[in-house]
Write a protein that binds this ligand. Structure first.
Ligand SMILES: Cc1ncc(COP(=O)(O)O)c(C=O)c1O
Length: 396
């Protein structure tokens, strides 16, 4: 990524925006693809970043996409993903939405409740079709560990092992059960931790498939490959892949699927916003920025900051600053950083690793500010698919 592109994007956007380096993203996808064994399939979790330019690159590189809403389905279809390259996860599947998934001929639907199973079976009957599905399982884990995906807590994502055992899943004649889906732990940075989680998942899912009398042709392990927001540690996909292959052999599994969001696109986005005020309050150095959790809510949601640096200011002389966004809540705290002490009003800050769960995980309307823009560089060319909208454009 070149500063000249960023500077041009600043000039053209004028107010806060996300910036994605899609050349680097494409190279990353190519290296994942080159590593994959034919029995391991990687889908892209659209929720991480649904920008059409991002999706087009995934499609061109031959990845399929996991959608979790009608909006994501429409976006994926709009970009031209073929039916077989679509899967649908998510706990909220109304009959209308299930109907839309069938109409789009989505390759595989992940079933997360008994109602979803019944409704889908009935809808398929009316259309005289059979639909491939995976059943989503939520396992018990020892301890209280938390995760954005729920961890050991009880969540709406799928059903427990015992819940599935109460249902005669083979009696649904219009449903082809291809296997199971299980994903409860997000943003894991350590291959050995992933390996432990996956081993328990594989063992439990094999056992459940046997109890249900279904063939485990596919086991979908969801996402969970992490990015470090506090240092430069990074996951080596080759090591993750090697661990997965070894476990696949150990548990005699057929196909393994992953749905990657954060690890796919997270590294290739930055959020840029400008400084509106600087002050020292009761001994603390504060920066107030034009955009905050209205554009990038994750720091408030999970209590973890994205890394931050000053744009085009390489001064070695640093000071500790707390950075606040513009909202009238102390929750709008983007973190504490060592930044150049000569920063001034009008300078820009750049938050790195915001390609995933940045734009798509924001709360844009609080306090009636501008909406955030989105800029990309692809094939070394700058484009601005979303110019920041002013409040006057969206307020009614
Ligand atoms: C069903 C499902 N699959 C995949 C993902 C992507 O997870 P990650 O970003 O950890 O790769 C999510 C994230 O919430 C999810 O809910």
């Amino acid at each position: 990524m070149q500063n000249s592109h960023l500077q041009e994007a600043i000039n053209r956007c004028g107010s806060s925006f996300y910036f994605y380096d899609l050349d680097q993203f494409e190279a990353h996808l190519k290296s994942i693809k080159a590593t994959l064994h034919p029995d391991i399939k990687v889908w892209y979790a659209c929720k991480a970043n649904p920008l059409s330019e991002v999706l087009k690159i995934l499609k061109n590189e031959g990845f399929g996409i996991d959608v979790a809403s009608l909006g994501e389905l429409q976006q994926a279809r709009g970009v031209g993903f073929e039916e077989k390259d679509l899967i649908a996860t998510g706990p909220a599947k109304s009959r209308t939405y299930l109907g839309a998934l069938l109409q789009a001929q989505v390759g595989c639907i992940i079933i997360e409740s008994e109602n979803q199973l019944k409704d889908l079976n009935e809808l398929c009957g009316k259309l005289a079709i059979k639909q491939d599905v995976l059943l989503r399982v939520q396992l018990d884990w020892e301890g209280e560990a938390k995760s954005v995906l729920g961890g050991s807590a009880i969540t709406p994502f799928g059903l427990g092992m015992d819940d599935w055992k109460q249902i005669d899943v083979k009696s649904f004649k219009n449903i082809n059960i291809q296997g199971l889906h299980c994903f409860q732990w997000g943003n894991i940075l350590d291959v050995s931790e992933l390996r432990t989680l996956w081993a328990h998942t594989m063992k439990s899912c094999r056992e459940l498939a046997m109890k249900l009398g279904i063939e485990l042709k596919i086991l979908d392990l969801g996402g969970g490959l992490g990015l470090s927001y506090s240092d430069n540690r990074s996951m080596d996909f080759k090591k993750v892949h090697a661990a997965l292959l070894e476990l696949k052999g150990q548990y005699e599994l057929n196909q393994i699927w992953l749905e990657l969001g954060r690890f796919s696109i997270g590294n290739f986005g930055s959020y840029l916003t400008k400084i509106v005020d600087l002050k020292t309050v009761r001994g603390k150095n504060l920066i107030v920025t034009e955009g905050g959790i209205n554009h990038m809510a994750r720091p408030a949601l999970v209590g973890e900051s994205f890394p931050c640096e000053a744009f085009m200011n390489s001064s070695e002389s640093k000071k500790r600053f707390t950075v606040h966004g513009p909202l009238c809540t102390a929750l709008d705290n983007l973190g504490e950083f060592d930044l150049p002490e000569n920063l001034a009003v009008g300078d820009w800050l750049m938050f790195k690793k915001t390609g995933a769960y940045g734009f798509s995980e924001s709360m844009p309307y609080f306090l009636c500010h501008n909406l955030v823009g989105e800029a990309i560089v692809y094939q070394n060319e700058l484009m601005i698919p979303r110019v920041p909208e002013t409040n006057l454009e969206w307020m009614v």
